[in-house]
Design a protein around this ligand. Structure first.
Ligand SMILES: Nc1ncnc2c1ncn2[C@@H]1O[C@H](COP(=O)(O)OP(=O)(O)OP(=O)(O)O)[C@@H](O)[C@H]1O
Ligand SMILES: [Mg+2]
Length: 269
């Protein structure tokens, strides 16, 4: 009997997104396999953010299908996707500045709780047990991200790179099967970016990750495969090495790089 192919965790099939007359995505096919880190790259305006928003459920495809673990989830609301195991960490971190680190993480964790975080405030016995278990898991995630010792501090008092880690912890505490990251390296120093790379590599295997990111060195280091967008279309998919040497990719980036290079004044005259 033939071995059944591995079912992708996330798949997009012929996804088109139009904003009025603008075609932001134009027939995109993409698959995120179990346990892999898939990078999505492309020049400015290529459609990366739109693709991320389709994966989260923020933007419904104008045409085409989105599936999660084989089930058709096209047009699902973001919170339904979260309930089924899709977590995301957005650029706008959406943290509660006056709450402690651990309380911010708890907000992300009610996917598995019998009662939600808010009803746990009513402190019924079942909710209290749930909350204790959840708090334990939140602390484990914080330890893993090396911020366990800051758990009781208010989020508003932390520097930006640590707030980003809290946002990541909040996404992880729901034990997602797919983690969606939108430019997680934005605003990080080289060494913080390198630590982030280690964290992402450490998550692979336990879950699938889709990483939308500008920073090539990070993407090349942590991604198993890359999907490259240009003008809303997939122009290449493959390993980092395949993509790095793909003529269509070089052309897309070179074109963009040439536009961004400041023109030099000729010396003397
Ligand atoms: N809400 C919107 N309404 C109209 N046009 C939009 C909207 N969102 C995106 N677009 C357009 O769709 C195209 C793709 O945009 P998108 O933001 O997805 O690209 P991107 O790859 O994320 O770019 P960047 O690298 O600059 O972040 C662009 O032409 C953009 O102007
Ligand atoms: Mg973008």
């Amino acid at each position: 009997m033939p071995v059944p192919p591995t079912q992708p965790v996330l798949a997009m099939d012929g996804v088109v997104v139009r904003f009025g007359g603008v075609v932001a995505l134009d027939g995109v096919h993409l698959e995120v396999d179990p346990g892999e880190v898939l990078g999505v790259i492309g020049p400015n305006g290529a459609g990366k953010t739109t693709l991320f928003n389709v994966a989260c459920g923020f933007v419904p495809p104008t045409e085409g299908r989105l599936s999660f673990e084989g089930a058709d989830v096209t047009g699902w609301q973001p919170h339904h996707l979260v309930d089924h195991g899709v977590a995301r960490s957005l650029q706008g971190l959406g943290l509660f500045d006056r709450l402690s680190v651990v309380d911010n993480v708890l907000v992300g964790g009610d996917r598995h709780a019998k009662k939600g975080f808010l009803s746990s405030l009513l402190a019924t016995p079942a909710a209290t047990r749930d909350e204790a278990a959840l708090r334990e898991r939140a602390m484990e995630v914080l330890e893993r991200l090396d911020i366990g010792h800051r758990a009781e501090e208010t989020v508003g008092s932390l520097p930006y790179p640590l707030r980003k880690r809290v946002a990541l912890a909040r996404a992880l505490v729901s034990e997602p099967r797919l983690l969606l990251l939108d430019e997680p390296a934005a605003g990080l120093s080289e060494s913080e970016m390198s630590e982030l790379g280690d964290i992402i590599s450490g998550l692979a295997g336990e879950m699938s990750v889709m990483l939308v990111e500008h920073h090539m060195d990070l993407v090349m280091r942590v991604c198993h495969r890359l999907t490259v967008l240009d003008f809303g279309r997939v122009i290449a998919t493959g390993s980092p090495d395949q993509v790095r040497n793909d003529p269509a990719v070089l052309e897309a980036y070179l074109g963009a790089a040439v536009e961004e290079t400041p023109t030099k004044e000729p010396n003397g005259a």
